[in-house]
Design a protein around this ligand. Structure first.
Ligand code: C2E
Ligand code: MG
Ligand code: MG
Length: 682
């Protein structure tokens, strides 16, 4: 039970009483007993009584003062073991002790409140550090750590203690290549105060792994503005960085080949060109386009086309020097940026290496393989351009010039090419109008059977008289029409015109002659090609055996199955089938056995040197012998002299075509030529 405690004032009065009372008693006794005989013993007795009383009063007072203090002391000692309301003390009374108890209880309540606030804050901190994978820290102005979160281990591999013991570890783990970033950051610090901000750099973790981290750092000041250090966090952003790298790689690289794309290439070229112009250095841009790739794509399918592009990219990549860049510029065109090549000669060497890299056939699995060639255009900085745009344009122009010049070769850019390129563009765009306006027409070159010196046929050769540019040779416009696809319409027109013309001649009384029509690869793979031929025959009324189609080796071998199927259908209709320019293409002779062919046309390049070049003579002889063994006829084209004819006759060649017999003739001249020979034969 709590005892009521007197106030301190009461206790003070009691204490005073304890001191004054013996004095008072002694004084009173002294006054009354000064004349008494018993004063001698009574005075000390009273003194003793007073002292006894005083002691009692003092003892009572002490008890009254010290007891609540003792209670308080015991309560404080046991405070840690008490909970809730037990932590409050009740000392009773209203005086100072009561105030003390109230003050004590208030203090306990406040401490409890602060404790619970602290616990809540700790809880919050725990939640943050539990669910945050960031390494959070506080560093004092001298760099030592006031605090590090345990997640430092996850981010850096090092323990909290490692950082406490060796604060400079934080700087030591920065990747040497990125230290300059931190140095620059530190330089911004004013009077050693952290400037605050974000940085991304690499660290080397305790296991030696490289990680990207983002550091966020802020200065800490107290209420008086005194700098207390910096707080910050280190987040592992390796995954983000990797993703960002992947995205930027995707944006700047070609998906199929993995090579830099046009945009990255152009950026690099812009930088390198600016540098080369400044430093008077040299660089070369080399454009490399695969020849007839569209045909391969159309015949073999896009999947194989893609595989071939990937394999080509791999071969080209092996040719690069460390400073060079190779990109897929688009479609079947690759571009090289050759840096610091000392001379034109080095660009030539590279061009030869690029062409040679395609020498080996590309294996496509099983028996299937493909042979590719390419054409190269080269532009040199500074001669052919001092900026990326001009160099690219000129290298491309030179590449198309190489393609037109017969493919599988390279050309350096020349100023004249620009004029030619402009002309090509004019030609390119004016083809449809020319076809509609009758600017295209046919010439016919007679063919002769050597054995009986008899005309057996003629080849229809396309001509174009451009309304502004005049006569354009087929070697210039046919490749263009093949590139832009107009050859499909043009070829069909030639086929129909040739059939109608030949039929008209027969109906006009001329002896029936075979008419040979050149077929382009693009035309041959048209799904309705066989129907087109059938329609041309049916509409014109020309007997099928008087039509010959001239095909090339490359178009047959690119998709042997489909070619075989088409040739069989055509053969079934009774049409004659010849291989043009024989010996210049794939020279894979195995297909000759399978295809239902009638005739091989020995290319005029062999015939041309037949008398001077033993190799050409041997090749021609071999072609004739082989064709005969396969029961095929042989016609030699480009026969210009009597001697060539004699040689061919001697080797058993069946037919000839060439200037020796006649140049290609107009419709009118052919009639005259044929009737003149008819008359001569009579
Ligand atoms: P090609 O089919 O090999 O035609 C033979 C070429 O040799 C023709 O050139 C012809 O004029 C030329 N020629 C004939 N005899 C001689 C000779 O004795 N000496 C020399 N040096 N040349 C001779 P042309 O007419 O310039 O045709 C070139 C090429 O254009 C043709 O070569 C052919 O591949 C293509 N071509 C012509 N007309 C057509 C066509 O209607 N369609 C397609 N797809 N291509 C065609
Ligand atoms: Mg021909
Ligand atoms: Mg030919």
């Amino acid at each position: 039970m709590a005892m009521p405690h007197p106030s301190l004032r009461v206790k003070t009065v009691l204490a005073a009483l304890g001191l004054l009372l013996p004095l008072l008693i002694t004084c009173v006794a002294g006054v009354f007993l000064s004349n008494s005989p018993s004063a001698g013993w009574l005075f000390p007795a009273l003194g003793l009584l007073g002292a006894g009383l005083a002691l009692c009063i003092i003892a009572l007072n002490n008890w009254l003062v010290l007891r609540p203090l003792r209670l308080l002391t015991r309560h404080v000692e046991q405070l840690a073991n008490r909970q809730g309301a037990e932590r409050r003390i009740t000392l009773g009374g209203a005086g100072e002790i009561g105030h003390l108890a109230t003050a004590f209880n208030t203090m306990v309540t406040e401490v409890e409140q602060r404790n619970s606030d602290l616990q809540a804050s700790e809880q919050r901190y725990r939640i943050v550090s539990e669910f945050s994978s960031d390494f959070i820290y506080w560093r004092r102005p001298d760099g030592s750590f006031e605090f590090t979160s345990p997640t430092c281990r996850e981010v850096t591999g090092y323990d909290v203690e490692d950082f406490y013991q060796r604060p400079q570890l934080m700087e030591e783990i920065v990747h040497p290549d990125d230290r300059h970033l931190l140095d620059a950051f530190e330089q911004q610090a004013q009077d050693g105060v952290c400037p605050g901000g974000e940085l991304e750099y690499r660290i080397i973790t305790q296991t030696g792994a490289i990680r990207w981290v983002r550091r966020v750092c802020r200065p800490i000041h107290d209420d008086n503005g005194r700098y207390l250090g910096r707080r910050g966090s280190l987040s592992d952003v390796s995954a983000n960085k990797q993703l960002a790298d992947q995205v930027s790689h995707l944006v700047l690289h070609d998906l199929l080949t993995g090579l830099p794309n046009r945009s990255l290439f152009t950026d690099r070229l812009t930088l390198t060109t600016a540098h080369a112009v400044r430093e008077q250095g040299l660089l070369a841009v080399l454009f490399f386009g695969l020849d007839r790739f569209k045909l391969i794509n159309d015949t073999m399918g896009h999947e194989i086309g893609d595989r071939l592009l990937v394999m080509t990219a791999e071969r080209l990549h092996k040719l690069l020097h460390s400073e060079d860049t190779l990109c897929r510029f688009g479609g079947d065109v690759f571009a090289f940026l050759l840096v610091g090549r000392e001379s034109k000669h080095e660009a030539v060497t590279m061009a030869y290496r690029v062409l040679a890299s395609l020498n080996d056939p590309f294996a496509l699995g099983g028996q299937q393989q493909a042979l590719l060639t390419g054409s190269i255009g080269i532009a040199l900085c500074p001669n052919d351009g001092k900026n990326a745009e001009t160099l690219l344009k000129n290298a491309e122009t030179a590449m198309y010039e190489a393609k037109r010049g017969g493919k599988n070769s390279f050309r350096f850019y020349t100023r004249e090419m620009n004029a030619q390129a402009a002309e090509m563009l004019t030609l390119d765009t004016s083809m449809p109008a020319s076809l509609a306006n009758g600017d295209f027409y046919l010439h016919f070159q007679p063919q002769l059977a050597i054995r009986d010196n008899r005309l057996v046929g003629m080849e229809a050769l396309l001509r174009w008289r451009h309304p502004e540019l005049g006569f354009i040779a087929p070697d210039r416009f046919i490749p263009l029409a093949e590139e832009n696809g107009f050859i499909i319409r043009l070829g069909e027109w030639v086929l129909r015109s040739a059939c109608f013309q030949n039929d008209a001649w027969i109906r006009a009384g001329l002896p029936p002659l075979r008419i040979a029509v050149n077929i382009s690869g693009r035309q041959f793979i048209e799904p309705d090609f066989v129907d087109q031929v059938a329609a041309a025959l049916a509409d014109s009324g020309l007997p099928a055996e008087l039509l010959e189609l001239e095909l090339t080796e490359s178009m047959l071998v690119s998709d042997e199955q489909q070619s075989l199927q088409r040739l069989r259908l055509l053969k079934k209709m009774g049409i004659q089938l010849a291989i043009d320019d024989f010996g210049t293409g794939y020279s894979s002779l195995s297909y000759l056995k399978h295809f239902p062919l009638d005739r091989l046309k020995v290319d005029k390049s062999f015939v041309n040197d037949i008398l001077t070049d033993p190799d050409d003579a041997a090749i021609t002889e071999a072609i004739i012998a082989m064709a005969h063994s396969l029961k095929l006829q042989v016609i030699a084209e480009g026969v210009e002299t009597m001697e060539q004819l004699a040689f061919l006759e001697d080797r058993g060649c069946d037919e000839i075509q060439g200037y020796h017999l006649s140049k290609p003739l107009s419709e009118h001249d052919l009639v005259s030529f044929v009737t003149a020979r008819q008359r001569a034969a009579l």
